[in-house]
Design a protein around this ligand. Structure first.
Ligand SMILES: [Zn+2]
Length: 77
């Protein structure tokens, strides 16, 4: 994904949580995941060289990158 696509995507999402280098956005408007085409629940942006996520649920994940950042699109079962 390029930066323009990323900026456009994030502008439609609701910021939810930010901790250090990890930011989570809520997809409240059912935007389609760019990887699989299904609406995703959250977008998690990881900006650190190494980031760890603690997941409280079993999630399907789709992944892409923008520059050095990793984007995770979460899908709940
Ligand atoms: Zn997906």
């Amino acid at each position: 994904m390029d930066e323009n696509e990323f900026d456009e995507l994030v502008s439609s999402l609701t910021p939810y949580e930010s901790a250090d280098t990890v930011t989570t956005y809520r997809n409240t408007v059912s935007i389609s995941c760019p990887a699989c085409g299904e609406p995703f629940d959250d977008l998690v942006v990881c900006e650190g060289s190494y980031d760890s996520l603690e997941l409280s649920k079993v999630l399907d994940l789709c992944v892409t990158t923008v520059d050095d950042e990793v984007l995770l699109f979460t899908h709940q079962h």
